[in-house]
Design a protein around this ligand. Sequence first.
Ligand SMILES: C[S@@+](CC[C@H](N)C(=O)[O-])C[C@H]1O[C@@H](n2cnc3c(N)ncnc32)[C@H](O)[C@@H]1O
Length: 297
Amino acid sequence: MTIIDAVTTTTAQLPNQSPAQSTYQTRVADYWNAEENPVNLELGRIDDLYHHHYGLGDADWSVLDDDSDPARRRDRITAELHRLEQAQAELLARHLGPLSPADRVFDAGCGRGGGSVVAHLRYGCQADGVTISAKQAEFAGEQARKRGIDDRVRYHHRNMLDTGLPSGQFAASWNNESTMYVELELLFAEHARLLRRGGRYVTITGCYNDTYGRASREVSLINAHYICDIHPRSEYFRAMARNRLVPTHVEDLTAAALPYWELRKQADHLVTGIEDTFITAYENGSFQYLLIVADRV
Ligand SMILES: C[S@@+](CC[C@H](N)C(=O)[O-])C[C@H]1O[C@@H](n2cnc3c(N)ncnc32)[C@H](O)[C@@H]1O
């Protein structure tokens, strides 16, 4: 009798249980549940595409010279940073394809959901986004409802290492700046399980440069700032090879990532204090921004 009661209680509590599997993952969830940085929210508000990654490409520096009106200058800087982060989401989405509306894609560590919307708008595909933050999953779901695409784009409060999503059903999957929160072996095993044979995996990520030696001071500061654990470049390829993911395209985006940081550093209304650390880490060669595209074989 006592045992049955205990089982019933456990089952009844399941829907509210956190998908975090360790104290570390609980701390990561706490971080993202509490996160309200203007650099994430104000940029997203422009067109309701909320990204929590950085940006790529040349910046329009003229936004800094606009001294007609301080509010207008601020808005132009915000819009320019959003354009750069959107360029990153588009670059990643381009590498997922070709895809059709019949296809299903998986967004691992989806944040407030912008990447899944970008993929859906581009290909008409169905998307499943997974985040360890209940608040983000709820926010992203509400955005999809407002757009009227919630039947095609769904967000789940789950662990990307153990999604519970069906095996072999996904034509493409990705991590946009979310690999540094998990063990790569476990992550790529889950992507390999979800992807159909011939499916496509894409990541854009910061990694530390093996040729530097070990993680630099700046890389350690970034880890402490975001409660993450940046992997060395080599570890990506080792873990992919062990999990049936064969790289087909690798691009060093480090130079393309710098203008975003140089501009953000001058955006007084958006800085978080980590800007100089990223710039130094990129410039001293200890940190790299990579795009890796792989086929699931
Ligand atoms: C820097 S944000 C990137 C968000 C999104 N990919 C984007 O580009 O906007 C990192 C994300 O990883 C998620 N995350 C970290 N660990 C996770 C885990 N074990 N399972 C699911 N999501 C996780 C966080 O909740 C957060 O949404």
